[in-house]
Design a protein. Structure first.
Length: 200
């Protein structure tokens, strides 16, 4: 039986010839079953930071049921705009009133916290606009995290901002009292190399 399986695995009929890839230099391609397809993009350092942040928020929330952090949801805000923060944190009450759209990742709900990670295409005007939209909708705390500069912009309103360097701690203020995260820990999340340096 083993010999038969070995022979089946090496029969020429089962090996498809490798065709030349299409001329698409701007795409990362991989060959699956003889067909060239666009490969899934590698995760950015910002995604690693977001994973760590949501993990820290949920560890903080714990069994006390303070709420929970989520990733990858589109917020359809009461003001009529839709935003996708990298991380958001909902109180139990807000989440219980949430309504999901036809797509499972679209939710009609307002978190108490919205956090964005800076990416290469991020514009300052876009940050200002989204912060205004968040607080108009009822968000109480917003974080804009800049891995390249190893700093965080903390908004407690659309007009009040504090800029934290990596020597500081990120805290939940009055929105998530007791939550604290050293920024050296956050920006060192990638293990043997800092996410800030990887993002440059």
């Amino acid at each position: 039986m083993k010999e038969q399986a070995r022979n089946m695995a090496t029969t020429p009929e089962m090996v498809r010839p490798l065709t030349s890839p299409p001329d698409k230099p701007d795409m990362v391609l991989e060959c699956l079953d003889g067909e060239w397809k666009q490969a899934l993009p590698m995760r950015e350092p910002a995604d690693l930071l977001a994973d760590l942040l949501v993990s820290e928020l949920n560890a903080f929330a714990g069994s006390a049921r303070r709420g929970f952090g989520v990733r990858g949801v589109d917020l359809r805000l009461p003001t009529g705009v839709t935003r996708r923060p990298d991380v958001c944190f909902f109180s139990p009450e807000d989440w219980s009133r949430a309504a999901f759209g036809e797509r499972s990742h679209v939710v009609d709900a307002v978190p108490v916290l919205a956090a964005h990670m800076e990416r290469p295409a991020t514009l300052f005007d876009e940050m200002v606009r989204s912060v205004q939209e968040y607080f108009l909708a009822g968000v109480r705390l917003a974080w804009w995290i800049y891995p390249r500069h190893r700093s965080v912009y903390v908004f407690e309103s659309a007009e009040a901002v504090r800029i934290l360097s990596e020597e500081h701690e990120l805290d939940g203020r009055t929105v998530l009292p007791g939550f604290r995260l050293a920024l050296t820990s956050l920006f060192g999340a990638s293990g043997n190399a800092s996410c800030g340096r990887l993002a440059e």
